[in-house]
Design a protein around this ligand. Structure first.
Ligand SMILES: C[S@@+](CC[C@H](N)C(=O)[O-])C[C@H]1O[C@@H](n2cnc3c(N)ncnc32)[C@H](O)[C@@H]1O
Length: 253
């Protein structure tokens, strides 16, 4: 069975069952979110309809069992130092976290990434506490030893600085009138749990028309953070292939 630079079409359960133990460095999984929606898109010339169901008759427990079977396989396929990124949202993230704690072990939990889509127009129907992020649960197969390349983001300078603190003549921080630090003089800071990345707008150049397509910038960040060049990336729910393109651009298989 060819194991790199290949797309297998079909149910990932069947394909992953055929794959050997511990050959993958990074799994990015972006499954149906338990959204109770039917996704459909007329593809390119209008001749083909691409669709998938995210409706679950047996409720959330049925969904979690369906996911558990697949996550068990992802765990088996990961190398000992491999990492899983499971993309989900408020519909089932808490159930998935409990399931993954059980499967990977609580001590293998690395972080819960918040992909904050700062540019997404708010849903006018949702008048109270509008939702504006997805959740990505990150687990190591075994804690420690996994590849990690910290990512940095530029810091934004406040327009108004009331008091600038200097050490040895070098500006260190700026404080507001209450003495709270509002800015530290660094060009960049290490990215933590909250990743502000714009949502793909309907006319974005990279948009292919697939309803749940994720921005390439998000996938590039995941791949750069948790895999070295030449690493092997598996995406069991690849949709229109965002992770595949990002992996190829970054020299991963
Ligand atoms: C949320 S979308 C993934 C979108 C993708 N990350 C992208 O950027 O295009 C989920 C995908 O999983 C696929 N899918 C659902 N059940 C599957 C299964 N059992 N095996 C393989 N793929 C499945 C759906 O057809 C859909 O393409």
């Amino acid at each position: 069975m060819k194991l790199s630079n290949v797309i297998y079409c079909g149910d990932n359960l069947e394909w992953m069952r055929k794959m050997p133990d511990e050959f993958v460095d990074l799994v990015y999984a972006d499954p149906p979110f338990f959204s109770n929606k039917h996704y459909e898109v007329i593809w390119h010339d209008g001749a083909e309809i691409r669709s998938f169901e995210d409706r679950w008759q047996g409720g959330v427990h049925h969904y979690i069992e369906w996911m558990r079977m697949r996550c068990e396989l992802m765990h088996r396929l990961l190398k000992p130092h491999g990492v899983l990124y499971l993309h989900c949202d408020w519909h089932a993230s808490h159930y998935l976290k409990v399931m993954l704690d059980d499967l990977f072990g609580q001590s293998s939990f690395l972080n819960e990434i918040v992909w904050w889509y700062e540019n997404k127009p708010q849903d006018a129907r949702k008048k109270i506490l509008p939702r504006d992020y997805d959740t990505i649960l990150v687990y190591a197969k075994t804690y420690g030893g996994q590849f990690y390349a910290p990512q940095y983001v530029p810091t934004v300078r406040p327009r108004k600085q009331n008091k600038v603190i200097k050490v040895d003549g070098r500006r260190v921080s700026a404080r507001d009138e209450n003495g709270n630090v509002i800015y530290e003089f660094r060009d960049k800071k290490m990215l933590g749990s909250v990743w502000p990345i714009p949502y793909l707008n309907p006319v974005a150049k990279e948009r292919l028309g697939y309803p749940t397509q994720k921005p390439r910038a998000l996938l590039r960040r995941i791949i750069e953070t948790s895999s070295a060049k030449g690493a092997l990336v598996l995406d069991p729910f690849c949709g229109c292939g965002t992770s595949i393109i990002a992996a190829q651009e970054l020299g991963r298989e």
